[in-house]
Design a protein around this ligand. Sequence first.
Ligand code: SF4
Length: 349
Amino acid sequence: MACIPRKPFLAGALREDLTAWCAKECVAKFRANQILDWIYRHDVIAPAEMKNLPLPLRNALATDFFAPGGVIADAVKSSDGTEKLLIELHDGESIEMVLIPGKEDRLTFCLSTQVGCPVGCRFCASGKNGLVRNLSSGEIIEEFLLGTQRAERHPDNVVFMGIGEGLLNFHELSKALFVLTSPEYIGMSPRRITVSTSGYVPGMLKFAELEKEYTLAISLHAADDETRAKIIPGDLRYPIAEIMAAADRYLEKAGRIFTLEYTLLAGVNDSRDAALKLARLARTHHAKVNLIPYNATDSQFKRPSRQAIAEFGKIVSDGGAHVTLRTERGSDGDAACGQLRAKSKHLPH
Ligand code: SF4
């Protein structure tokens, strides 16, 4: 696996990083405040745009930091306003982020945490070619800021549901979460940030220990281990009992209920029996259920019929669980995660 780049990113820089850098450059400490202001109050990453800094300082910043390291290389907008961005990173790799407009002018960013993904869920384009590398916390914050520049505003919500298993990149993700939520930096409420996991138990336990009110979404996709093995192959799949125990730990530490994400795949996990098991699991662990009708990526799976989706939801709901159905967004714009990246890299998708 390629390494995280050593050169720091200006996006995601902390006060202490910039204070130390200013001392190294023999410039006054207040310059650090000015730089922080540009990044976190004005969403500016390029030193050339930091107009109140002297030119030599702007040049030194541009030399010592990736500022920015990535660029928006492609953008695909769907008729519902959802916009998917392909971000080309400094090393030629690429990731995707999605800007999702909602009701009452709300905006959600869906962010990636890794280049590629090692989990390899069978229905997912992002996992088809494995992991290339982790994103650094700076790259994650840069992804966010490229989104704010594009949207010309901050989002109401952030979901880490793009490319990658974020909890396998826990160290960098947790630093990025700190910058996103610290009032000194971006200042979002932790409740407005959702971290999604495929059920990577060691990462879930670390996430619980943060004791922060981030939202947790677990991509369960099956309520028994045998069915789950048909959907998520390999070593990174943990037994459901262990996943639910780690989720309970999160509930205890963060004080928040979690969501079980369930992608409905015709003939695989959409039976009446599966719905009853899912309802039982959700009820026992006080979890919400979010049903996601499968979004085809030319894989072996098919989306169930509308009627089958409705019936499945009703059984889970009648079984005592709170159920939501994810509304389809961006269906005419290479909607499924990883498809834009796959096209740009000529990867199989
Ligand atoms: S669904 Fe998520 S965890 Fe699974 S392969 Fe795709 S990116 Fe990775």
